[in-house]
Every structure is written in structure tokens, then in C-alpha cells.
Write a protein that binds this ligand. Structure first.
Ligand code: IPD
Ligand code: CA
Ligand code: CA
Ligand code: CA
Length: 269
């Protein structure tokens, strides 16, 4: 991707994210209908759908050859990541949006031939915009985020973990390993927005995020931003993340990545 085009694309993406955020903020007390999807706790509001449609309209009007891959399904159906693909989660943390009216984000990752070029995560209610262009560092609003080069050991680390790891249907990880991990680390947090959890790891406020099932739109922006500060993102078994599939995720400082996988994350067969 040509550098100047990528810079212009970034400015455009940023303007749309801010505009979408403004609309969400203005209607925070009136999110429209609230429906459920796969189960009674899987919420979707009119605002989630409208926001995805906003991106769809803008992208197709401005860059007709670009594709949109979004959670609410208004975009394109993809078999691969050829060309330029906008991977968009219009509201990441819908449950927080509905119940708390905060702690949610708009997440956008722009990929070109499978390579993450531009990442944006917008914490709408706090007005915090995390951004990155591949190879040019990551920012929180206008401030460059420092590299994660401090080697805080695992026993002093805070990890974002959610309680789905406790469920018997957790098909991935041995409970004993998770218990040992929770005992080893300093503490856990759970924010309810994967995108914001990535942003907090990138900012160095969390040391890692280990989670069981995420979709490409949950992580597309976050991966690009976190890698720009030297963070590592893989599946929970250390394998490469497939940006078209549901996946486990371990996103963290580089110095604890191998240790978490080798000593604690025992995948079930
Ligand atoms: C969800 C959030 C949540 C994560 C779920 C996601 P949504 O996204 O990121 O933190 O645990 O797996 O589905 O549905 O609010 O966009
Ligand atoms: Ca959802
Ligand atoms: Ca999401
Ligand atoms: Ca969503």
C-alpha cells in the first residue's frame, strides 16, 4: 500500500470513527431497540446496526473496491483477506453500552492483502482514541505510546481474564493451569470490551489479556496497535491468529508470553 494513500486512508478512517462516536454519544440515552442474538445475554441494539451501516455507506461511497467485514453482517462475506478490508466492530462491549453507558469502543482495523495497516480503537465516552499505522508507532489521542520494554515479571503482572474460563464447556484450557496462573499473577481484571482490553495492554496498564473466544472484529484494530508498542498477540496455544475465524487470544508483553503458554495454558485435546 502506497504510504501517502495509507496516510490519507488513516485520516479518513479517524474522521469516520470520531463522527460515529459523536452520534453514539448523542444518543447514549436512546440506543433504540435492544434485541438478543445467539442467546439472551448476547445483546445487539439499533445503534450497533446503524453504526456498522454508517461505516458501510462511507466506505463504499469513497472506496468502492474496499471490503467491509463487520460483526452485524451488513458488509461483505469474505473467503480471504485479499485487497483492502475494513474489519469493523461498530460497538465492542454492547453489554456495557446498554447497562453502563460506558466502557465500550468502536474498533476498526484496515488490512491490505492480509497485513494490518491501520488500527483504531475509540473509547467513545472517555474520548480516548488509540491509533496505529504499521511501522509508525501507536498513539493515544496525540500522545505516542511508549514501547512495552519494561520486563515486569509474571508474578507482578495484571492479566485481563474473564470467567468463561471456569465453565465446564471451556474446550481449550485445563482448569488446573488457569488456577495456577491466577495464583501466580498479581491480579485479574475483566472490562467486557476486547478492544479496550487490547488498548489497555498497549498502554501498559494491563500486562496481558487471555481470552477464550473472540472474533476478527474484536481484535482487528487492537492487534495492529499492540504490535506497534512491541506487544505479542497469538492464539492461546501460541499459534498464529487467523483473521477470518473465531479464535482464542493471548495478547501481552513479550517477556511473559512464552511463560504463560508453556507453564499454564494446557490445551485439552
Ligand atoms: C464482546 C466483547 C467482550 C468479549 C466478547 C465479545 P461485543 O463483543 O468484546 O468483551 O468477551 O467475546 O463478543 O459483542 O460486545 O461486540
Ligand atoms: Ca455482539
Ligand atoms: Ca466485539
Ligand atoms: Ca460489537
Amino acid at each position: 500500500m502506497n504510504k501517502q494513500f495509507r496516510q490519507d486512508l488513516f485520516e479518513q478512517a479517524k474522521a469516520w470513527v470520531l463522527e460515529a462516536g459523536e452520534e453514539i454519544k448523542n444518543k447514549i440515552d436512546d440506543p433504540g431497540s435492544i434485541e438478543t442474538k445467539s442467546n439472551s445475554n448476547d445483546l445487539v441494539t439499533e445503534m450497533d446496526k446503524n453504526t456498522e451501516q454508517f461505516f458501510l455507506k462511507k466506505i463504499k461511497e469513497t472506496y468502492p473496491e474496499h471490503l467491509l467485514f463487520g460483526e452485524e453482517g451488513f458488509g461483505d462475506v469474505l473467503n480471504d483477506l485479499k485487497g483492502t478490508v475494513w474489519i469493523v466492530d461498530p460497538i465492542d462491549g454492547t453489554m456495557n453500552f446498554v447497562h453502563q453507558k460506558r466502557n465500550f469502543a468502536i474498533s476498526v482495523g484496515v488490512y491490505h492483502d492480509g497485513v494490518g495497516e491501520i488500527g483504531l480503537i475509540y473509547n467513545v465516552m472517555e474520548g480516548q482514541l488509540y491509533t496505529a499505522i504499521r511501522g509508525e508507532g501507536a498513539y493515544k489521542n496525540d500522545e505516542k505510546l511508549p514501547l512495552l520494554n519494561e520486563s515486569r515479571p509474571l508474578h507482578q503482572s495484571i492479566l485481563a481474564l474473564n470467567t468463561t474460563w471456569l465453565l465446564p464447556e471451556n474446550p481449550y484450557v485445563d482448569h488446573k493451569g488457569m488456577q495456577e496462573l491466577v495464583k501466580e499473577i498479581r491480579s485479574t481484571r475483566s472490562y467486557g470490551s476486547a478492544a479496550l482490553e487490547f488498548a489497555l495492554v498497549a498502554e501498559g496498564l494491563l500486562d496481558g489479556y487471555l481470552t477464550m473466544t473472540l472474533m476478527p472484529w474484536d481484535i482487528a484494530g487492537g492487534i495492529i496497535i499492540l504490535k506497534e508498542v512491541g506487544g505479542v498477540v497469538t492464539r492461546a496455544d501460541g499459534g498464529e491468529v487467523d483473521m477470518l475465524e473465531k479464535t482464542t487470544i493471548l495478547a501481552c508483553r513479550s517477556n511473559i508470553h512464552e511463560q504463560i503458554i508453556e507453564d499454564y495454558v494446557t490445551l485439552k485435546n
